[in-house]
Design a protein around this ligand. Structure first.
Ligand code: B12
Ligand code: SF4
Ligand code: SF4
Length: 340
């Protein structure tokens, strides 16, 4: 397909698109040339071979699209990648009656908030290239979003496997616009993890199998969000839940690059009703209607009521286990006291 002719110079078009992204509330934007992800797909296939995708069967499909976005949109020339900050300056309330919700799920669902912004960004491409084709994604298709973010220079892949930006840390969502228009391209930046291993050490379930590689079978985020509600959380994971009832942020909470995060300007990512944790009793007693009303357009709905209640039961096991450990430590002393 011949290159569609821009109405302005390539520089002005690229600038117009990037400026539009920032005006829409994205904090990061970069552009990569559409090429096959040869090295990335080789390590992706190895990840699958080792069974690290747990029961995420969809990860085994559409490998050709993940390898080369031109299997999705033929004649794609550019991959525009944006990052949307979701950090809000709140902390979790914690007690053995509560379960923590991960940050990304405190407000409205990014699958609802981000696509309209991506549509407007796609329109900015068409302002310059009226005949260009576009396609948008945010965790909605067979695209290796993190690998494209690296190629577009948004940041580097941290040892916990999330993308980290030098400017805003890692509390951001990724969004993608594929387009047949040719633009000016950004370059990857370096890896700024250095000798740090804080995330590997902090992961409660040792899910980071080796630096940069997460085994979903051991990841709390997998078990509390993605695992089918009828699957009980295995006891070796349940006893290490670190108080999470939905998702897990431990590896990002300890990352030094998240120390100086700036709050998002998107009000819809503020915690709903100021809540960052859920009462275990409330969840156990919740009816389907209460669940649907409370989590409409919230990421939490993904786990379904049965999944959330399964998580609450597992957390009770976790707190019980914590209690037993404390008791074990105090037992010898209490024995001595009773003898005297
Ligand atoms: C499947 C999935 C999951 C799975 C698997 C996690 C994973 N690490 O892939 C589960 C359910 C566990 C999960 C959890 C979370 N997820 Co998720 N998830 C995805 C999804 C749909 C696909 C990711 C994927 O392709 N994984 C496959 C593996 C193989 O890819 P990878 O981890 O990048 O692995 C590469 C490296 O291991 C690399 N590699 C191997 N050796 C080496 C060595 C070096 C030196 C390097 C650099 C690389 C390297 O090779 C692999 C392939 O290239 C994406 C959306 C999308 N379509 O991309 C969102 C996405 C990755 N998730 C996201 C988020 C926010 C989360 C959570 C933080 C949510 C939460 N709070 O609970 C957690 C984080 C857990 C973690 N530490 O990764 C965001 C991440 C944003 C960001 N800033 O990076 C994404 C991009 C969604 C979005 N659009 O915003 N997720
Ligand atoms: S999300 Fe939690 S369980 Fe998964 S790798 Fe990070 S710290 Fe480990
Ligand atoms: S905690 Fe350290 S090793 Fe892990 S991602 Fe952050 S900087 Fe990299």
């Amino acid at each position: 397909m011949p290159q569609t002719m821009p109405t302005l110079s390539l520089e002005s078009c690229t600038q117009h698109i990037k400026r539009t992204a920032l005006n829409l509330g994205f904090s990061l934007v970069g552009i990569a040339k559409a090429e096959p992800l040869d090295n990335e797909i080789a390590s992706y296939s190895e990840w699958l071979r080792r069974g690290f995708h747990a029961e995420l069967g969809y990860m085994e499909r559409n490998i050709d699209k993940r390898h080369d976005v031109r299997h999705i949109l033929p004649s794609t020339r550019s991959v525009i990648v944006v990052g949307h900050n979701y950090f809000t300056p709140h902390q979790h309330s914690t007690s053995d009656k509560l379960g923590k919700i991960s940050r990304y799920a405190w407000g409205d669902d990014y699958h609802d908030v981000i696509p309209p912004k991506l549509e407007r960004l796609a329109q900015a491409v068409k302002d310059c290239f009226p005949t260009a084709e576009t396609k948008i994604y945010t965790d909605t298709g067979a695209i290796l979003e993190k690998q494209w973010a690296v190629r577009a220079g948004l940041g580097w892949q941290g040892k916990h496997s999330n993308i980290i930006s030098r400017e805003i840390g890692s509390w951001f969502f990724l969004g993608i616009v594929l387009t047949t228009a040719e633009l000016l391209y950004d370059r990857p930046i370096g890896d700024y993890c250095g000798t740090c291993t804080a995330c590997l050490e902090a992961c409660p379930t040792q899910a980071i199998a080796q630096p940069y590689v997460v085994d979903a079978r051991r990841c709390i985020a997998y078990w509390t969000i993605e695992a089918k509600p009828h699957h009980d959380i295995p006891s070796d994971i349940a006893t290490q839940l670190d108080s999470w009832i939905f998702g897990c942020d431990t590896c990002q909470d300890v990352c030094p690059w998240n120390r100086f995060q700036k709050p998002t300007t998107e009000q819809r990512f503020e915690p709903r009703n100021g809540e960052t944790s859920l009462g275990l009793d409330t969840v156990r007693a919740m009816t389907q209607k209460e669940f649907s009303d409370r989590f409409r357009k919230s990421p939490v709905k993904r786990t379904k009521l049965a999944g959330l209640q399964r998580n609450a039961r597992a957390l009770e096991t976790y707190y019980q286990h914590q209690g037993e450990n404390i008791q074990q430590i105090t037992t010898p002393e209490s024995l001595i006291r009773t003898e005297y």
